[in-house]
Each structure stands twice: as structure tokens, then as C-alpha cells.
Write a protein that binds this ligand. Structure first.
Ligand code: BGC
Length: 806
């Protein structure tokens, strides 16, 4: 696999051996450190935000709402707020009897060498720089950063300076910079970017500086305190402290002798509270920074926390794909860690790694929860609870749309209200265009699907019968109420929606947005309705009665659910499932001509719009849409769903459908190659690996051209891990144990991972060519039931490992 990064061996490091300004934002994103509570981009400590560098620190769930004037209209946006920069450190040489040198940065002419290393096992980031001036005087600088996985309110950065061929002093300024804004994404530059106000600074004994500020709506109080330590200890006090209106600086002059090393450590304590909460987070942050352990002690505890995480989350795949998968897992665990289980947050599509999509939550948890269900079920449950807490907002949205039930938002943040922008910029044409992507109502089915799958995988009936049932039933109700009966067709229809494809937001020349009967939307809606009915049957009688009463859900309404679930319209054309009604009548695009003309046609929608045309006229999809059905459902499940809807979906029709859309998709989303890789691998189709590989490369090679610098693609990252763990193994954890039905993928002949299943933590699966090993850890639980292809049933007792031929 060709990634720009170097591989120094063990598969546990990610790194870069030269400084390349044009790549720096990508490096910052991929070297972000986080602990689920907050994350800091892997930016160079020497640099504030500018065209090359973009430091950013983001707190999970910390959004702020502002109004901007865009193209003459007021638009509101809820952004994940960039917090003050705690990493900033300026330094320069003060050789004896000479004027001070320049402040040194990776952009200095004196830079001779630079390395970046992310240590995935330990969760640390190392940046090394070597500077040399015209007289040959050298300075080696090494930064080691951690964002504490054990104590989610702490982070630290230790810098060492080593002098070569000179003696004198180093002037070092440790800064806490609150003069920051959300300016990480060029396309959003016209939007209001300032979210922090009311800055207050303090200095405390022991080298501690503190800064507090607040966001506007809803108000969060944010306090950061940094303790700066220098070693050798003299001088312990800064030569100068500066408190500006938005930040602090502590300046040290540190004697350094030829061949000797001095160290400066910044230890951060971050404390936040909702505004109007009693207590002063600044005082708490200052106290915590003052009391925080030394860097070595922090590091030891941090490494121990990571070790535990790796044990629970382990996925071992040999070679370069394995190293990329480990990087993906690292970023997933930093965005959604066990600390997330204590928070009220959703799955940010771009991680806590940048500002693309303004930190919003989409449907991407569909690609993230399966991994968490199997490894960190508490975190999965917390993410579902985030959705449940926003059920009132989803009900309100449905009500305003004239519907019953719950209509979950396409994009959302803190409040659960719809946050999708109303207009978006096509950077190619410079035109502002209406954004109808909010019509992606299928997001509600994704939420319901996640509830159901979580409960099946973990056996957590309490959640399913409690909050889970409320979500599922309210989404089902929304679908039943949205379905319009078409007497001509003798079927129900869901009209005016947008499918996962996103490109098609209207029929050509139509006055109203949306398309009708998106097959993915309709089939998943039918699935939700059917599961809603199953759940009602399965619920204990008292809970069923309670829910029927509370939701005012009478027999007449559920009879309609049954009818709709069997008679939603699924369009077909020329022997394949139609992406939506009328898709087959749209014009065919000359794909070859567009590829030849533009090279990269992933954002075909923008290309066509800039040409004065519209993608709505063509059979051209941004990403997997109909084929998402093959991602969510096994062939037998899908056939049963279609049969319930009165259609026969045989193998031939499905294969023809896969083939059809493969030739008509531009892969404008990183989710696309993931889903295609999955679907083809399950079909043992040719070319599966090409898509899997593209999914693996999504961020490390920035395949969407410049988007990784704005944040990771968390869905694709998590999805690739899940592709190995569930896609290739055909694994399903359910009430009857573990079902495994591997397909062989030549490029991934062997791999191993641990998961939670059947009440056991740390069940280890090893897949080798033609063989499967299952080890159940010793413990009090029952033997683990295992179902292999051909309905071969076995059990694996605790404390044993069994091997099975495949
Ligand atoms: C994709 C969506 C996805 C979003 C956030 C978009 O480009 O089309 O399916 O939810 O990115 O990742």
C-alpha cells in the first residue's frame, strides 16, 4: 500500500520524515491526540493558526450557535468550538554576548531536519526538529505530547532542547492562546468564526497560568490552566509573565551548555461546565494543573490506560493494511473512548480532529456502532442514549413537518435540532446553492437499526425495552405516517426524500426538491416497521401496555404499520432495483469523457453545476445508495425483506443491481468505497480489494483531495475495522451466540481480534486460511455457542480455545 508515511517497523508507529508545509494539515489531523473528552490536533507547538498550520483543540459536545450573513441572508450555524491553544511554545537561541536569534519554527531557514512520530501503542506524539545556523551552531528540539487517556481532563507536552557547538541561553515562552477562532475550513470563511468571549487570565504559584472564556449559545464555561516546569530547575520562575486580553505568556531564559539538555514541560488541566453552573472552573483548572503529577508519572498512567484499551479493542492484521487499520482504531478510540460513556455526545462525522462539517453528527454512527457494540458496549449505549435524549427534538421536527412520530435530523450537534445548512458553496463555480440534503430522512432508520443491532449484539434487553423501544417505535410511526397510499399503484410511497447518494435532490426541472421512493429509504423503513411490530410482540406485557398508553399507539395504528411494511413501493427498472422512482429514465453520463476531461470526478455534482448542468439529470450517484442494503442486510435477510414487500430478490437480480450501480457511482464520499468493498467481498466479487484498499487509504492518502486536513472520516475509519471483523468473517453476535461465515479475501488471509460476546469479555477469534480459532477466556460464564456455515453448531467452554475447519 502506498502511503506517504514511513514505516519504522513494528506496525505501531505512524510518522513522517520530512517537513512538507503542503502536507502539514493532513499530518496535524492524523497525529491528533484525544481521549474521548477532548482532542488536540497534532500541530507544531511553535506555530499559531495560519495558512500552513492549524492548531485546534475540541471538546466533545461543545457546540456554539452563531448567525452569519451569507449571500445576503442570515444563516445560523452550530459549530464544534475550537478551544484556546494550550500547546503553543516559542523559543530562540540566546548565544552568549550576541543578539537573540530568530524565533525558531518548522518554517525557519535554519531547519535542517524534522520528524513526526505517532506512537500508537502509547498514545504519544513526538516531533523532532534540528536547527543549525550559518555558523554551524545546532539545536535539537524534541516535543512529546499526550492527551491523557486515564484522566480525561489532563494533557501534557514535554520539550527537550539540546545544544550542539554552542553555550548560552534559550529563551522559551510558554503560551496559552485564547485568541482563536474556527477558521480551519476555507469554505466556511464567510461564516461567523468567533465563538469565545469573556476571557479572563490568572497566574498562580508554581508556574501555573490560567485562562477562562465562554461560548455564547448554549453557554459553556471553559477553563484551561497550564503549569510550566523547567529542568534543570533553575530558573524556576519565569523571567516575565504577560497577561493579554485573551491569553497568557510565561517567558523563561534557560542556561544551556554545549552538549547539554534542558526541558520545558507544559501540563494542561481542562475544566468546563455549562454556563450558570455554580463554581468556578478556572479555580478548579488552576488547582488541577498545580497538582498534576510529573510528566513521567502522567505518561506511565496514560500508557497503562492505552494498554487496557488495546487489549479490549484489539485487532491484529499483519502487514501494511494492519498498520493502517491500527491507526484507524487509534483515532476511533480517541474520539469515542470509554470516557464517552459518561458524556452526552453523538458520533462526530469528522472526529474531534478538525472543523469540517462543523463537527456535526450525521448517520455515520451506522458505520461506527457495530465495532463499539462488539468491543465497548457501554460506549455504544451512551451514543444511543444521546439519540434518546434528543427524541423530543425529533418528535418536534416531525410535528412541524406535519407528521407523527420522530424525525431525526440529518445533521445535528448539541441540541438535536436540524443543523444542515440551507445553502452550500460550490467552490468550483463560486455559486451558493440550496442544500436539500436535510431530506435524507433515512437517518431515522439508521438510529432505529443501531438500537436493534446493539441489543441483539449485546443482549441488553433493558435498553431495548426501555429507551430503545421508544426510539424504534417513534421512528416506525414516522414512516407509517409519512407513507402515502397510491391507489393506482396499490402501494404506499415515500415522496420528496433524498437518499444516501445525496447527488439527486430533485427531479430534473421539478419545482420542488426531493425524489420519490428511494429504494434504500423505503426498504429500511419497511424493516423498521417490521421490527417495531416484532418488538411490540416481544415486550413484556406491562411494558407493552405502558408504551401503547404513553405513545397513544392503538391497534388501528399498528395494523397500518403492518400494511405499510408490506406494501411500500420498491421501484425496479430493466431487471435491477431502481435507486428511486424514475432513476432508470435519467440520462446516462459519458463517464469516460468526464474522467478524461477532469481526472478526479468524485465531486461530479460540482463539476456539472459549474458547467451549467446538473447531476440530477443523470444516472450518476455520489456513493453507495441502493447497495447500502447489501451492507446492512445479509442476502437471506434482504430476500426476506423483499419477499415481505411482495418482490422476489434472487441472487441474479442482486448481482445485476450491484453491477449496475458500480458503473454509475463516482465515490464522492469515503463511505462509498467502504460499502462497495464490503458488498463485493460478501459476494466474492472481483475487485473487492480495490475498494477495500481505497477505504483504507481514504485519510492516510487523502483520497478525497484535501479533506483529511479538515478532520478524519470517522465512519470510513471505523468501517474498515468493521469490514475485517464483521464483513470478511460474516460475524454476527446474537441471542444464539456467535455466527461466523467467513469469505476469503486473498489480501487478508489471516487476522485476529477480541470481542465481547455471550457475556464474555475478551473472546478471541483467529482467522487463518481454511481455519477458525475461537478462545473463550476463563471465567464463570456459560460455554459460548458458535454457529458455522451449514448450520454447524458448537460450543466453546470458558478457558478453552477450539479450532474449526472452514
Ligand atoms: C456523505 C454522507 C456522510 C457525511 C459525513 C457526506 O459526504 O455523503 O453520507 O454522512 O459526508 O461523513
Amino acid at each position: 500500500m502506498g502511503s506517504a508515511a514511513v514505516n519504522p517497523g513494528a506496525g505501531w508507529t505512524w510518522g513522517y520524515d520530512a517537513y512538507a508545509p503542503e502536507r502539514e494539515r493532513l499530518v496535524e489531523t492524523l497525529c491528533t491526540l484525544g481521549n474521548g473528552r477532548f482532542a488536540t490536533r497534532g500541530s507544531a507547538p511553535e506555530c499559531a493558526a495560519g495558512t500552513t498550520h492549524y492548531p485546534g483543540t475540541y471538546l466533545a459536545g461543545c457546540y456554539d450557535r452563531r448567525t452569519s450573513l451569507v449571500d445576503g441572508r442570515a444563516v445560523e450555524n452550530e459549530d464544534l468550538v475550537n478551544l484556546p491553544n494550550w500547546t503553543l511554545l516559542r523559543y530562540r537561541r540566546l548565544p552568549a554576548d550576541e543578539p537573540a536569534g530568530e524565533w525558531l519554527t518548522p518554517d525557519s531557514d535554519e531547519l535542517r531536519h524534522s520528524t513526526v512520530r505517532l506512537d500508537l501503542r502509547r498514545g504519544t506524539l513526538h516531533r523532532g526538529l534540528y536547527f543549525q545556523d550559518a555558523r554551524g551552531r545546532g539545536l535539537r528540539v524534541g516535543h512529546t505530547r499526550l492527551v491523557h487517556m486515564g484522566d480525561p481532563g489532563l494533557a501534557a507536552q514535554r520539550t527537550t532542547f539540546h545544544a550542539y557547538g554552542w553555550s548560552g541561553e534559550i529563551e522559551v515562552e510558554s503560551l496559552l492562546d485564547g485568541d482563536v477562532a474556527n477558521t480551519g475550513v476555507e469554505r466556511y470563511h464567510h461564516l461567523e468564526s468567533r465563538h469565545l468571549s469573556g476571557h479572563r487570565t490568572v497566574f498562580a504559584p508554581g508556574g501555573v497560568a490560567g485562562l477562562s472564556c465562554r461560548t455564547g449559545d448554549p453557554g459553556h464555561l471553559i477553563a484551561l490552566a497550564v503549569r510550566t516546569d523547567t529542568r534543570p530547575a533553575r530558573p524556576a520562575r519565569p523571567a516575565r509573565t504577560t497577561g493579554t486580553s485573551t491569553g497568557t505568556g510565561q517567558l523563561y531564559r534557560l542556561p544551556i551548555a554545549r552538549g547539554r539538555t534542558v526541558r520545558v514541560t507544559k501540563t494542561l488541566a481542562l475544566r468546563t461546565t455549562p454556563a450558570h453552573t455554580p463554581g468556578d472552573p478556572l479555580a478548579k483548572a488552576v488547582e488541577a494543573a498545580g497538582e498534576a503529577p510529573s510528566f513521567p508519572a502522567l505518561l506511565a498512567a496514560h500508557e497503562a490506560a492505552w494498554q487496557r484499551l488495546w487489549e479490549e479493542g484489539e485487532l491484529h492484521v499483519p502487514g501494511e493494511p494492519g498498520r493502517v487499520l491500527r491507526l484507524h482504531l487509534f483515532h476511533l478510540l480517541q474520539t469515542l473512548s470509554p470516557h464517552t460513556a459518561d458524556l452526552d455526545v453523538g458520533v462526530p462525522a469528522r472526529g474531534l480532529h478538525g472543523e469540517a462539517y462543523r463537527g456535526h453528527v450525521f448517520w455515520d454512527e451506522l458505520f461506527v456502532l457495530p465495532y463499539l457494540d462488539l468491543h465497548f458496549p457501554d460506549v455504544a449505549e451512551a451514543l444511543l442514549r444521546y439519540r434518546h435524549r434528543r427524541l423530543p427534538a425529533a418528535r418536534e421536527a416531525a410535528r412541524r413537518a406535519g407528521r407523527r412520530g420522530a424525525m431525526y435530523p440529518w445533521q445535528s450537534g448539541g441540541s438535536g435540532a436540524e443543523e444542515t445548512q440551507e445553502v452550500h458553496l460550490n467552490p468550483r463555480s463560486g455559486r451558493w446553492l440550496p442544500d436539500h440534503s436535510r431530506l435524507q430522512r433515512h437517518v431515522g432508520s439508521a438510529v432505529a437499526y443501531n438500537v436493534w443491532k446493539y441489543a441483539r449484539s449485546t443482549g441488553d434487553q433493558a435498553f431495548l425495552y426501555g429507551e430503545g423501544a421508544e426510539i424504534l417505535l417513534e421512528v416506525a410511526r414516522f414512516w407509517a405516517d409519512s407513507a402515502e397510499r397510491d391507489p393506482g399503484l396499490g402501494r404506499y410511497r415515500l415522496r420528496g426524500v433524498v437518499g444516501p447518494d445525496e447527488y439527486h435532490d430533485a427531479y430534473p426541472h421539478a419545482a420542488v426538491p426531493g425524489v420519490d421512493d428511494n429504494a434504500y429509504t423505503n426498504v429500511t423503513a419497511a424493516w423498521v416497521l417490521a421490527r417495531g411490530l416484532d418488538l411490540l410482540r416481544e415486550l413484556p406485557a406491562a411494558r407493552r401496555a405502558e408504551l401503547r398508553e404513553r405513545l397513544a399507539l392503538d391497534e388501528g395504528e399498528t395494523a397500518r404499520w403492518d400494511d405499510v411494511s408490506r406494501r411500500l413501493h420498491v421501484p425496479f427498472h430493466r431487471g435491477v432495483i431502481s435507486q428511486f422512482e424514475g432513476f432508470g429514465e435519467l440520462a446516462e453520463l459519458d463517464w469516460e469523457a468526464y474522467r478524461a476531461g477532469y481526472g478526479d470526478i468524485r465531486r461530479l455534482d460540482r463539476i456539472l453545476e459549474a458547467e451549467g448542468d446538473t447531476v440530477n439529470r443523470y444516472q450518476a450517484s455520489k456513493q453507495a445508495d441502493t447497495l447500502m442494503l447489501g451492507y446492512l442486510f445479509r442476502p437471506d435477510e434482504l430476500a426476506a425483506l423483499f419477499a415481505r414487500l411482495g418482490h422476489r430478490l434472487d441472487d441474479g437480480t442482486w448481482r445485476a443491481t450491484v453491477d449496475y450501480y458500480l458503473r454509475r457511482t463516482s465515490h464522492g464520499s469515503t463511505l462509498s468505497s467502504l460499502v462497495h468493498g464490503w458488498v463485493l467481498a460478501r459476494l466474492k466479487g472481483t475487485g473487492a480489494w480495490r475498494y477495500c484498499e481505497e477505504a483504507l487509504l481514504s485519510d492516510v492518502a487523502d483520497v478525497q483531495g484535501g479533506t483529511t486536513g479538515e478532520g478524519i472520516h470517522l465512519g470510513a475509519m471505523a468501517g474498515t475495522i468493521d469490514l475485517v471483523e464483521r464483513g470478511i468473517t460474516g460475524l454476527e453476535a446474537g441471542p444464539d451466540g456467535l455466527r461466523v461465515a467467513p469469505v476469503s479475501l486473498r489480501q487478508l488471509p489471516r487476522f485476529a481480534f477480541t470481542l465481547c460476546c455471550g457475556g464474555h469479555r475478551g473472546v478471541r477469534l483467529r482467522v487463518l486460511p481454511g481455519r477458525l480459532g475461537v478462545r473463550v477466556p476463563a471465567g464463570p460464564g456459560a460455554p459460548l455457542p458458535l454457529v458455522l456455515p451449514g448450520d454447524r453448531r458448537f460450543t466453546v467452554p470458558p478457558g478453552e480455545e477450539r479450532w474449526f475447519p472452514l
